[in-house]
Design a protein around this ligand. Structure first.
Ligand code: PLP
Length: 374
């Protein structure tokens, strides 16, 4: 079986480091706050070259807290890409603001700059730039729009640890950024985890206070916040895994490059296009095909797992029927039945990669398996 994700195999490859890190935290009872959390926050800030990193409980909280830290008037309009995971938009509504969906770019699948321009009103306050599938958004274009209309940019980096825009790591470019360390992400904990990064000291301080009951000192609460903390065991695990991230990322890029070369001559497949300014870290390798479900079934029959990200565009979810954007003529609304994520990650062997490529090729070349002829 070729696995889509294999966290057990990854653990075996770093077992000693992980086990000793977990033991250290337990022996020192450094469960909440403390040295392991501070150490990881510093290491991660250094890695993405941001001035501040605040560990929080998960990526969804990170987006919510980032929004709250901006202190916007209630009911502000916030622009969110129509092609993303629901956490990107959920955080907006939970903070009392209004979601405005914007289409995706048909090549790289990140937010469409042209469509943003059409959606801005006097109430627009924020653009959530989701670096989807590990591909950075066009940050220069976003910053031009943000400057012109006095908007904030929140980067959603849940799928893009280590991705670069024109040589700068994402999470250090917008006003404030959110990371997820959900186990399956490129940098994943052994449970939930997340972080906020920013170069703005005020926003960092505000976020840290919101995530810790609105306080700085133990019982000195300036305002009501919440409890959203990265715990010591997760932080220690993340410190270990951060050291391996560059190597794992290189492996993802190499696999993506193989797919891009090997599948290039199949006209029925639209391959993802990496923009020239992008270092994409391929959290997902997403192709577009007409008979997606049939290809997925064929792969499964041949022992290859695949995924769909995402099977229903955000505007078409019942949760967003009130936006009336489900029937809009958006790429995002049309692509959701065509997207297929092929396995990618440091767990894949050369042999498995070859098997995936040859199985996909066979599906499209053999008459026997062509859906049209069946
Ligand atoms: C995973 C993900 C999140 C949410 O992260 P959690 O840690 O699961 O809360 C947010 N945005 C995107 C784009 C994601 O993929």
């Amino acid at each position: 079986m070729v696995k889509f994700l294999d966290l057990a195999a990854q653990y075996q490859s770093i077992k000693q480091e992980i086990d000793s890190a977990i033991r250290d935290v337990i022996e020192k009872s450094a469960f909440i706050g403390g040295e392991y959390v501070s150490k990881f926050e510093q290491e991660f800030a250094d890695y993405i070259n941001a001035s501040h990193c605040v560990g929080v409980a998960n990526g969804t909280d990170a987006i919510e807290i980032a929004i709250e830290s901006l202190n916007l008037p209630k009911g502000s309009e916030i622009i969110v890409p129509a092609n993303s995971f629901i956490a990107s938009s959920e955080a907006v509504t939970r903070q009392g603001h209004k979601v405005v969906f914007v289409d995706c770019d048909p090549e790289s699948y990140v937010i469409s700059i042209e469509d943003i321009r059409k959606r801005i009103t006097l109430n627009t306050k924020v653009i959530i730039a989701v670096h989807l599938y590990g591909h950075p958004c066009d940050m220069d274009a976003l910053q031009d729009i943000a400057k012109q209309h006095r908007l904030y940019i929140i980067e959603d980096c849940a799928q893009s640890h280590g991705a670069e825009y024109k040589g700068r790591k994402v999470g250090s470019i917008g006003d404030i950024a959110a990371f997820s360390f959900y186990p399956g992400k490129n940098l994943g904990a052994y449970g939930d985890g997340g972080a906020i990064s920013t170069n703005n000291g005020e926003l960092a301080k505000k976020s840290r206070m919101i995530a810790n009951h609105g306080r700085i000192a133990k019982y000195d609460h300036e305002f009501e916040g919440r409890n959203s903390r990265l715990d010591g065991i997760q932080a220690a695990i993340l410190s270990v895994k951060l050291k391996h991230l560059p190597e794992w990322t290189d492996k993802r890029i190499a696999i993506a490059d193989s797919y891009l070369t090997e599948l290039n001559d199949i006209p029925q497949i639209a391959l993802p296009i990496r923009q020239k300014w992008a270092k994409q870290v391929y959290h997902l390798f997403v192709i577009r095909v007409d008979d997606r479900d049939d290809l997925a079934k064929y792969l499964a029959c041949n022992g290859i797992q695949s995924g769909v990200h995402y099977p229903i565009s955000l505007p078409k979810l019942m949760a967003y029927s009130y936006t009336n954007q489900a029937s809009e003529n958006l790429y995002a609304n049309k692509f959701d039945s065509k997207l297929l994520s092929l396995p990618i990650g440091e767990h894949l062997t050369q042999e498995e990669l070859k098997k995936i490529v040859s199985t996909v090729k066979k599906y499209f070349t053999s008459r026997e398996h062509s859906p049209k002829l069946r």
